[in-house]
Design a protein around this ligand. Structure first.
Ligand code: FNR
Length: 389
């Protein structure tokens, strides 16, 4: 199949660049301003080193898990990224089929270039799918979308909070005028030419607020994940307002540049609010009782029939390696997301590219577990890594 030359996730990016149009490459690769956060998201994982244990009987290592109650072959999902058709004519459908064939979960972007109906039609029987929500400033439009997502049986709604407006993505700006505008989604066509990124945010409500979460909740029983959390304060607010989980994310560095790498946010949550993390992490050492006072007062919101599912914490940004995934789990994440990697994979080779990417990540994760001396994801602990300050 020729994909044998691609041996890691970064290779997809290398192979994709010369295949993509200028506009597509700029849109996929770009990040805000000087792209400091985009780069530090990835390099932060180098500040975490492993403390492997040897002779641990690792023949039966297994990396299956559940994400928001849905089975996943890997502790990893496809983060929502818009406009897959810029890279390949089949667009998001490549991700849907690739995810089905490998047993992972795709989160569909509000600005996907295939409609959610088309994606749903390509869905394998029982295939879990998540949907990323940008809340339209016209609330009737937003409500319709939420109800549609509900009707289509999406398994989680990921509500993005870090993009009240689009970041300043200069690679896109330099190509202003070369892009026609997205096919559907929340964006509205406007007469003036704009970079791809700016076109994406035309309908998004910059006045969205934590107080709107109960409104979203009132429209659907689907689990709600708040995407874009970058502080422990907001992680606690998400919990308080009744979200089912959070995705720690800075949009792959595409919004506010020079924010901290996502891994630092996970460390902050572990220090100040370990109750939000997996059970093994609650009551972990390094706990400051003062900082937890507020949490003790948090009354879990009343959500009949829903409280048996524990809160989950995910992280994305700069994850390229099985070692990155395992480090994030050692530090308390339930699962991670990968954005650009899958856009590039589907651009290079469609469904097969997505399958190949999952295969690479799966073998890297299993290899890491074995070399770390671990058989199951639930055994991963902070004691297995050292974080350089
Ligand atoms: C994104 N991301 C994104 N997020 C979101 O909530 N809605 C969206 O429509 C998009 N669109 C989008 C397009 C492109 C081209 C990229 C690269 C990213 C952000 C995405 O979900 C995720 O947070 C980051 O991509 C994660 O970082 P990595 O894995 O790309 O480093």
């Amino acid at each position: 199949t020729g994909l044998g030359v691609i041996v890691n996730m970064k290779d997809f990016e290398k192979f994709a660049e010369p295949m993509l149009s200028k506009v597509a490459w700029a849109y996929y690769a770009s990040a805000a301003d000087d792209e400091i956060t985009k780069n530090s998201n990835a390099s932060a994982y180098q500040n975490v080193t492993f403390r492997p244990r040897i002779l641990q009987r690792v023949a039966k290592a297994d990396c299956t898990t559940t994400i928001m109650g849905k089975e996943s072959a890997l502790p990893l999902f496809i983060s929502p990224a818009a406009m897959a058709k810029l890279g390949h004519p089949d667009g998001e459908i490549n991700l849907t089929k690739g995810a089905a064939n490998t047993g992972i979960i795709q989160c569909i972007s509000s600005n996907a270039s295939c409609s959610v109906e088309e994606i749903n039609a390509a869905r394998a029987p029982g295939q879990p799918l998540f949907f990323q929500l940008y809340v339209n400033r016209k609330r009737e439009v937003a409500a319709e979308l939420i109800k549609k997502v509900d009707r289509l049986g999406m398994d989680a709604i990921m509500m993005t909070g870090d993009a009240p407006v689009g970041g300043k993505r200069e690679r896109d700006l330099r190509l202003k005028g070369e892009f026609e505008g997205p096919a559907g989604g929340v964006s509205e066509k406007s007469g003036e030419t704009q970079g791809v990124s700016q076109a994406m945010f035309a309908g998004v409500d910059p006045d969205l607020h934590w107080d709107d979460i109960p409104w979203v909740r009132s429209l659907t029983d689907t689990p709600i994940i708040i995407k874009g959390v970058q502080t422990v304060e907001d992680a606690l607010l998400a919990y308080e307002r009744g979200a089912d989980g959070i995705l720690i994310s800075n949009h792959g560095g595409r919004q506010l540049d020079t924010t901290r790498p996502c891994l630092d946010v996970l460390l902050e949550i572990r220090k100040h609010a370990p109750q939000l993390l997996r059970p093994e992490f609650r009551g972990d050492t390094g706990l400051n009782p003062e900082s937890l006072k507020n949490l003790a007062q948090v009354v879990p919101p009343s959500r009949p029939g829903k409280m048996e599912r524990p809160f989950e914490v995910y992280i994305d940004g700069g994850i390229n390696r099985g070692t990155d995934v395992v480090k994030a789990l050692c530090l308390g994440a339930n699962a991670v997301g990968v954005g650009r990697g899958f856009l590039f994979a589907q651009s290079v080779a469609g469904v097969e590219g997505v399958e190949h990417a999952v295969g690479i990540l799966q073998s890297e994760i299993l290899l890491t577990l074995r070399l770390l001396g671990v058989n199951k994801l639930s055994e991963l602990r902070p004691s297995m890594v050292e974080v350089k300050s």
